[in-house]
Ligand binder design. Structure first.
Ligand code: ADP
Ligand code: ZN
Length: 720
């Protein structure tokens, strides 16, 4: 092999050809260093033998410099990279970058020095050292990472090493992970569970592509059942990838996994320390990491012997990545399973319409677990019509819900109040002049957070302390909170029931896996009476004493007129309802709404999932929406409003005229200003048969825009 074509990590460059010097051993997938002008770049050998005759003769090509000691990316992963780039209209370079896991891949094994506290504390310390001492409790990491954790310079930490406060620990990057055992603790499955498990096990043994939709009500034992599939893979010495939607969920999952298999799985997510990333990446590539539990980025890991992919809570919106490469991890997971030739299990109590449709079409095998384990009943669901039974003035919980909360407190049972709004209030006004506090970078209101005494933008992270006076009229003490967030509901609970122990559960309070674990431990120990939470509490948790769920504002989910609003609202409320009555005591769910007649709410109250899915499926069919038609979005943004608008118009002006493709817009995007960029959007609605990706590529390909303009394509967008 004399000549190779490299995939390089700069989308603007495109593939580049190089000569392989004599004696150098490369194969497709090899990670290599090559010269580019005066610089050196890293690339992946992408094509080697099917290269077309080139303009530049072999003799004039520059030679590769070095092959990095990284296992070459295997053919199934390379195909996945190509498929993802092609399907989502992204550059190969940007997808390949995900596959090299931000460099975790490129640094080799060996040893590395980390530091940890010695416990030795001098009598007198600088305030910086004292603060660092607190923050570094229980941490072990490189000096640079400790600096980030403690918010101090490396100099301060070196000083602490010299003073004997920190000690070095030499770690081996390639040290082995504890082994999981298929038969560590085997639960006795119910007959029905065992049947479902047997299907999975057979397919794992068969080692063929086979997608499953595991459709089981909350608490039916979906996890137990796919654990059997994992056990089968372990027995066959094959690796498993389990995708979970939220890091907050993993702690819970890890404990369960360890109890079943005798060792924790290998965890993969974006906030891993760099040593752990390297260790995991390498062990996965060697085939030694047996089970990997990860966020969506784990899909591009270099498994050596993959035998099974599981996507738990497969309906979750957070599997859709909304910047960079805009892919849907659920769908990419199925493609990876296909290229690897292994089974995939999508598990959910409320599958996406798309997934159900795939089952209907015979593409996925659908297996049902219709009953809760151990005879636990699904909770009774009732609507509470706020137009008939309004809460007191300035309150949000209606009297019947308040009565039930008090009743549970008396009985020593737990309640959960669900409101999908972080913070204290979604909108803050000046009581004097009506000024509304808005984010300077986004078209969004600032949300008051009382626990952290901040006004915050939930889109860009902009934060400011609540001002002492109105920036508009100068009036002091002028802030009025409008509408409820979870913190405000928690205050209301405290007013109604002063003795109740209330926990607010949102991404603001469960900021780390440790905090999530602590919350679970407290809730399980009965140290919390009322949980007030956002969608974070709708997932995965299993609290046996939780018998009442109150949905504070069901109508919130229906607002916005977004294509998937109905489905998402249904899923969220069904999932949160599924938290009630998971033990021996029956559960009850109250849904506060002003529209009890809305189809979603009515179907929930009637416990008639099929009615909802049938109606929604029909509506989608009529609208040509997924899964019957295809949507795509083109989002044009710039810091300069006119520039963004002009570029969007230019795209609109060049729109192709095709019989099976309708193009809407350009119009200002729903968040017309986001992180300081003005955004315009075009929507494309196409028949299933239209090759929408090709249409978009041919349409946008020839267009040129000013440097400040970004054009992003979103195939199968989630929310718009
Ligand atoms: P799902 O994933 O469908 O919500 P889980 O797998 O979490 O359901 O099961 C719900 C609860 O029932 C868990 O506490 C689980 O351990 C328990 N469970 C389910 N099946 C069994 C079984 N066959 N034996 C013992 N416990 C089980
Ligand atoms: Zn903002």
């Amino acid at each position: 092999m004399n000549r190779v074509r490299l995939l390089v990590f700069n989308a603007a460059l495109g593939p580049l050809d190089y000569r392989v010097p004599a004696g150098m051993d490369v194969e497709p997938g090899s990670v290599v260093v090559a010269p580019l002008g005066p610089r050196q770049i890293v690339g992946i050998v992408w094509e080697a033998d099917r290269l077309p005759a080139a303009e530049v003769p072999d003799a004039r090509l520059r030679p590769l410099l070095e092959v990095l000691p990284v296992r070459p990316l295997a053919a199934p992963l390379r195909r996945l990279i190509e498929w993802t780039a092609d399907y989502y209209c992204a550059s190969l370079a940007s997808v390949a970058r995900m596959a090299l896991s931000s460099g975790a891949a490129l640094r080799g094994g060996g040893t590395l020095t980390e530091y940890r506290l010695t416990g030795q504390v001098p009598e007198r310390m600088t305030p910086q050292r004292a603060a660092a001492l607190d923050l570094l409790e229980g941490e072990q990491a490189t000096i640079r990472e400790l600096g980030e954790i403690a918010g101090v310079s490396e100099g301060v930490l070196r000083g602490m090493v010299n003073a004997g406060m920190l000690e070095p620990v030499v770690v081996d990057i390639d040290r082995p992970y504890p082994r999981a055992h298929a038969d560590h603790f085997q639960p006795l499955l119910t007959e029905h569970q065992a049947q479902v498990a047997a299907r999975f096990v057979a397919c794992v043994k068969d080692s063929r592509f086979h997608p499953f939709l595991l459709d089981g009500v909350t608490g039916s034992g979906k996890t137990e059942v796919y654990f059997e599939a994992i056990a089968a893979a372990l027995e066959a010495d094959l690796q498993v990838l389990v995708l979970l939607p939220e890091i907050a969920l993993t702690e819970n999952f890890l404990a369960r996994f360890s109890a079943r298999f005798g060792a924790p799985p290998v965890v993969w997510h974006s906030s891993l320390k760099s040593t752990e990333r390297r260790r995991a990446w390498r062990a996965i590539g060697r085939g030694e990491a047996q089970v990997v539990v990860g966020a969506r980025s784990a899909l591009f890991l270099p498994f050596a012997r993959l035998g099974l992919i599981v996507v738990d809570e497969a309906h979750e919106v957070s599997f859709k990545q909304d910047d960079g490469v805009r892919y849907n991890a659920r769908d990419v997971a199925v493609m990876r399973a296909r290229f690897e030739g292994v089974p995939a299990i999508l598990a959910s109590a409320t599958p996406a319409i798309e997934s159900l449709q795939m089952a209907e079409a015979g593409v996925y095998e659908k297996l049902d677990l219709p009953a809760r384990f151990g005879g636990a009943q699904l909770p009774a669901i009732e609507t509470l019509d706020l137009t008939k039974d309004p809460p007191e003035r300035g309150r949000w919980l209606a009297p019947p819900l308040v009565e039930k909360l008090k009743d549970r407190l008396e009985k020593g049972e737990q309640s959960l109040l669900f409101l999908n709004r972080r913070g204290y209030a979604p909108l803050t006004l000046c009581r004097h002049c009506g000024y509304r506090f808005q984010c300077p970078n986004c078209s969004a209101w600032l949300v008051e957070h009382r626990l952290s005494a901040r006004l915050a933008c939930h889109h860009c992270g902009h934060e400011t302390p609540p001002p002492a006076q109105c920036p508009e009229c100068g009036e002091p003490d002028c802030l009025v909170a409008c509408g409820p967030g979870v913190e405000r509901i928690a205050d209301e609970v405290a007013e109604i029931m002063p003795t109740a122990r209330v926990a607010v559960v949102t991404s603001d309070t469960l900021t780390s896996p440790e905090k999530a674990a602590q919350f679970v431990a407290e809730a399980e120990a009965g140290a919390i009476d009322v949980i007030v939470g956002t969608q974070l509490v709708t997932k995965g948790y299993h609290f046996p004493d939780l018998t009442l769920v109150g949905v504070v504002d069901a109508d919130l989910g229906l607002e916005g007129g977004d294509l998937r609003a109905g489905e998402r609202c249904f899923q969220q409320i069904a999932q949160v309802a599924g938290r009630a009555g998971r033990g021996t005591k029956p559960g009850e769910v109250l849904i506060q709404t002003r529209h009890p007649e809305a189809p979603v709410i009515a179907a929930l109250a009637a416990g008639d999932r099929d009615a909802f899915y049938d109606a929604e499926t029909e509506a989608r069919r009529e609208a040509g929406a997924p899964p019957f038609g295809r949507w795509a979005a083109i989002i044009v943004s710039s810091e300069d409003e006119a520039e963004a608008r002009d570029a969007a118009r230019a795209i609109g002006g060049a729109a192709p005229n095709l019989p099976d493709v309708a193009i809407l817009g350009p119009a200002p995007a729903p968040l017309s200003l986001l992180r300081g960029r003005f955004r315009y959007r075009l929507l494309i609605n196409a028949r299933r048969s239209a090759e929408v990706q090709r249409v978009i590529r041919e349409w946008l390909g020839p267009l040129r825009f000013p440097n400040g303009v970004r054009v992003a394509v979103d195939i199968d967008p989630y929310s718009f």
